[in-house]
Design a binder for this molecule. Structure first.
Ligand code: TEU
Length: 559
């Protein structure tokens, strides 16, 4: 069997640093909190972690608005804390990836301040444009185009100082870099090199679909308007919705990703040691997503683009066939020989048990761990954490604040998925000794917390541990897969490898018990041994079951 490189079959875990563990008393998670709890990853069986941004930031978008790409944010600690974290993680065999945010910088960054002031070295660092004079009002100007920001409103903001508009595809405080400027492209290499030199194992790269925008040179010197949406009586920016033809998924952006891959491969080659990697982030259709892997001309891009299909394509309403279809979609479109990855949540979306059903946690984690490729866990999924309740008064997410009001903010808010991690049932779930945490701790922490799940006879965490242990089986790292719906609500995933144990996942995603006849499941012997079962299953590991006819409870999963 071929040796796999570390990233091809690892269990990757996303840390949201602000909510992981507060080592001090300010109610905000920090690097020492992570450093002190690295054992959690060993315990959980995780091989690699990626951290949402830890760099200097005014925290308008909680670190995705970076003011200094070379410094650690003061609330999170110091460079020394980071170096210690990295060193300790490596000592215990855990890879560490950082979040690299190339699309934009904080308007408080030196880059932007200098650019706005017209400093010759920086004046073209961002996307600046004059816009249009208002014929009826000389003191008013219209933006260069109708482009809308992801966080609502026009994507153009007027600068009094510079007397021009700048582009921001996210918050007003997140100015889009101008990737048509070679100096910006060079600076991105400098930033990556700085952190690679510190020893990081790679990057999760943020918001790639937005990296390039249409060039006025191709449109008669103007920024072209995006076409109106279906509801054409509204201007797109009134609707807060548009069909972004000129600001997203531009074909030129992939070449930049391919250059980064060359750079990081070169780096590994020169520096030696384990492979440094790029995992790209971006919501796009399957064709555009696959271009991050590489193109037909032979260019190679990200080691893999994050797979958000379990977040965007399936939900509590999906049936077994929807799941199978979603899984096969990625595996079908993926370039030959490429590595897949799977994830059910992140800091931008409602938590997995909330988006699906609470009784599906173990089944979804099983699926994540049993599918070919890399599994990605969002902080809290290992204990089945659900969305926290965050009132309008406590809401801090810029997207919710910009797009919502007291009645509608829940439609947009990303805060519920970002509440602090539940370590135990003490005050603030053991996250912090502060009386007030940056987001409130979810109310259910006494029932759902790590300490309890470590002692309970059955728990999501124990299932998670069993799954990460099972992942070490050659069948899961090297085996073939076969996946099919058995009924509207149940499906099987078979992983098999010659001369090794076959592993079969049976999963009822429906809301009612389902009796399935299994005679035609390839390789499934009867009777069979249960390796892992969801916590509400009547079967436990070691049970011998007749697999010809099986009744699965709602949400039940059996391996
Ligand atoms: O998100 C990129 C992205 O595509 C967003 O539109 C995302 O879909 C949105 O947040 C959903 O509500 C990344 C980060 O993950 C996100 O936290 C940042 O706010 C965003 O980039 C800007 O940096």
């Amino acid at each position: 069997l071929a040796d796999l490189d570390w990233w091809e079959h690892c269990a990757l875990y996303q840390i949201y640093p602000r909510s992981f563990k507060d080592s001090g008393d300010d109610g905000i998670g920090d690097l020492l909190g992570i450093l002190d709890h690295l054992e959690h990853f060993k315990d959980a069986g995780v091989d690699a972690i990626w951290m949402s941004p830890i760099f200097e930031s005014p925290m308008v978008d909680f670190g995705y608005d970076i003011s200094n790409f070379y410094e650690i944010h003061y609330e999170y600690g110091t460079m020394e804390d980071f170096e210690n974290l990295l060193k300790r993680a490596h000592e215990i065999g855990i890879k560490v990836l950082l979040d690299f945010v190339p699309n934009h910088a904080s308007t408080k960054s030196d880059y932007f301040i200098k650019s706005e002031a017209g400093d010759p070295e920086y004046k073209d660092y961002f996307v600046w444009a004059d816009g249009y004079e208002d014929p009826n009002n000389a003191s008013n100007r219209f933006p260069p185009s109708n482009w809308v920001s992801q966080f609502g409103g026009s994507a153009w903001e007027w600068s009094e100082k510079r007397q021009q508009f700048y582009l921001h595809q996210f918050a007003v405080q997140q100015a889009d870099f101008n990737f048509r400027n070679p100096a910006v492209k060079q600076e991105m290499f400098n930033i990556m090199k700085f952190w690679l030199d510190k020893g990081v194992d790679g990057f999760r790269v943020d918001a790639l679909p937005y990296m390039m925008e249409a060039d006025p040179a191709d449109h008669g010197g103007k920024y072209p308007d995006d076409p109106l949406s279906g509801l054409s009586q509204f201007e797109p920016h009134q609707l807060g919705y548009t069909i972004p033809l000129y600001t997203k998924d531009l074909i030129e952006l992939y070449d930049i990703v391919y250059e980064w891959r060359e750079f990081i491969d070169d780096y590994t080659k020169k520096a030696g040691g384990d492979t440094r990697v790029i995992f790209s982030e971006g919501y796009a259709n399957i064709t555009m997503t696959m271009l991050y892997y590489g193109n037909e001309q032979g260019a190679i891009g990200a080691h893999f683009p994050f797979n958000f299909d379990f977040i965007t394509d399936v939900s509590a309403k999906s049936n077994a066939r929807d799941f199978v279809y979603t899984i096969l979609k990625w595996l079908t479109y993926m370039p030959y020989g490429a590595v897949a990855n799977w994830q059910f949540g992140n800091h931008d979306n409602n938590r997995m048990p909330t988006r699906f059903r609470h009784d599906m946690v173990d089944g979804l984690n099983s699926l994540n761990m049993m599918l070919p490729g890399t599994s990605v866990t969002y902080q809290g999924e290992e204990i089945g954490m659900r969305d926290g309740y965050v009132s309008w008064e406590d809401t801090v997410d810029v997207e919710a604040l910009n797009r919502g009001d007291e009645d509608t903010y829940m439609l947009y808010s990303r805060d519920p998925a970002r509440t602090p991690f539940h370590w135990n049932d003490s005050k603030q779930a053991g996250f912090s000794v502060a009386n007030r945490t940056w987001l409130p701790v979810a109310e259910d922490y006494k029932e759902i917390n790590l300490a309890k799940q470590k002692v309970d006879e059955k728990s999501h965490f124990k299932v998670y541990q069993a799954l990460t242990a099972l992942r070490k089986e050659k069948t899961l790292s090297h085996g073939e897969y076969d996946i099919r719906a058995l009924s509207d609500s149940s499906f099987y995933l078979v992983r098999s490898l010659r001369n090794y144990d076959t592993l079969v996942l049976l999963f009822n995603v429906g809301e009612a018990p389902d009796t399935i006849v299994l005679q035609r499941v390839p390789h499934l012997r009867t009777p069979a041994t249960v390796y892992v079962s969801s916590i509400h299953s009547s079967r436990v590991a070691g049970d011998i079951i007749d697999t010809e006819r099986v009744t699965l409870a709602a949400g039940e999963a059996l391996i």
